[in-house]
Each structure stands twice: as structure tokens, then as C-alpha cells.
Design a protein around this ligand. Sequence first.
Ligand SMILES: Cc1cc2nc3c(=O)[nH]c(=O)nc-3n(C[C@H](O)[C@H](O)[C@H](O)COP(=O)(O)O)c2cc1C
Length: 266
Amino acid sequence: MNVDSVTAVYFSPTGTSRKITEGIVKGIKPARSNVVDLTDAERRMMPLHVSEKDLLVVAVPVYMGRVPALVTEWLSTLTARKTPVVCVVVYGNRVYDNALLELKDTLAARGCVPVAGAAYVGEHSFSSEEIPVAHGRPDSSDLAHAEAFGRAVRDKMDAVADSSAMPELHVAGSRPYEGMTTLWDVDFIEVADSCTQCGVCAQICPLGAIDTQNSALVDIAQCITCCACIKRCPQQARSIKPSLVKDASLRLNKLFSAPKQPENFL
Ligand SMILES: Cc1cc2nc3c(=O)[nH]c(=O)nc-3n(C[C@H](O)[C@H](O)[C@H](O)COP(=O)(O)O)c2cc1C
């Protein structure tokens, strides 16, 4: 199968799923590629139609062992017809549970043909300099791995005439998926006096949960605790205050310090 064009779809509040996707696409080396960034709320309003001629790469972070609910919701609007797809989950060095299988099943139900799957490690959303969890991942070795995976995907595509000849893909995981799709409502962000009200946090929040006039005001019911506003604050004025999120970060730091390695399913 010719891989002329790749459509990379990702949701990536803190950028790790995006980096992994870019590494994979680099390895596939298509003539053309385009990006559907679901982190942007406006982009999530638009459905996607893909054909047999496209190759999709779909990457999501693992939230509570699951595909984030807002991604699953958007995927229900995807129209595909025998479209080959590479399914990728990025997790914070704890566990990806059944999220990769969930992503594969969801995409297959929309008319995609899963070609390959992968689980990569990304810096945990709750990680900080003081309480690191997979801090700095994906690192250069993860990205080289992602690129090599992309090359292997291309080889697999080259070996078949069309997507109906693709052998059934098996990935890790079991059904029912379990985990949690509803996230907690938690007040956990501290805003220091160094905040200049520049508005970057409100602009990049994937849920629009931060007040555009007063960035200390967060709509807790909307917030998905992705921590994009904390990690991307130009003044580093935002941090995790004592809360359930802080407790979780301490637990993760203690229990999941041993670095996990990427896994590929081809
Ligand atoms: C609400 C929430 C739940 C999470 N649940 C898990 C989990 O179950 N297992 C895990 O290893 N990491 C978990 N993480 C960490 C993210 O999967 C990880 O940091 C990922 O790299 C973030 O992707 P992004 O940089 O593309 O936003 C969670 C993060 C958040 C915000």
C-alpha cells in the first residue's frame, strides 16, 4: 500500500503525545502530512472524513487508565472507510491499562483498519521539578524509538496490497476496559503573585476552564487536571497546591520511579 499522505490526530495538553506522534510520522516519511490537533476546542467541533488512501496516526494520553472521554466523544464523529490506522497511547509511567485496546476498538468501530499499536511514556501531567514522575520523557531515546516504529509501520504497509489484506492486529489489554472516564472535580492550582495576567493559560486551556480576565479563576467542573496551564505558564506562576492532585503526585513519585519502556504492536 502506498503511504502518500498521513493524517496525525492527537490530543496533547502537555505536548508529550504530540512529540511521540511527530517522531512516528518522521519515521513513516510520507510525501504529505497534516495535523488534527484535538487539544484545540474549536478543532474538536469539526468532524473528520478519511478514505482508504489516508493513513491515520491517532495518539492520546492515558487518563485514569482510559482514553480521555472528550477524545472518545470526538472519535464518534469520525467517518472512515477501511482507513489504515496506527493507534498510540502515551502514559505517565504508571500504567496504560486497557487504553490501547479501547482506542483500537473505538477506531475499528468507526471503519478504520488497525495496522499497528504503541504505548510510549510521557512526563506525567502531575510531575514537577520537586516531585518528578517520568520527568523529561519522551527523551531522545524514546523519540528515536518512535521514529523506528514509524519506519516499521511503513514496511508493514508496503508489504500489503490494500487494507483488507492487513492481518488482524493484537494489542495488550482486556475487556471490559474498567478504569474511569469521569474525572475528579478538584481545586488544586495555586497562582503566585508573579502572575502578570498575560492570558496564556486561558488561551491554551483545552477546555476553556480559565477566566480570560482573571487567570486565578478556574472552573473546576470544566477542568480536566491536564496541567497544561501549569507547565506552559511563561512566569512559572502556577503550581500544584496541597490537594488530591499533590497527594497523587507524591504517590506516583514514590511508586513509579523505575522508567518503563516503549511497547510496539505490529
Ligand atoms: C487526569 C489524568 C489522569 C492520568 N492517568 C494516568 C494513568 O492512568 N496512567 C499513567 O501512567 N498516566 C496517567 N496520566 C499521565 C498522562 O497520561 C501523561 O502525563 C501523558 O504523557 C500526558 O500526555 P500529553 O503530554 O500529551 O498531555 C494522567 C494524567 C491526567 C491529567
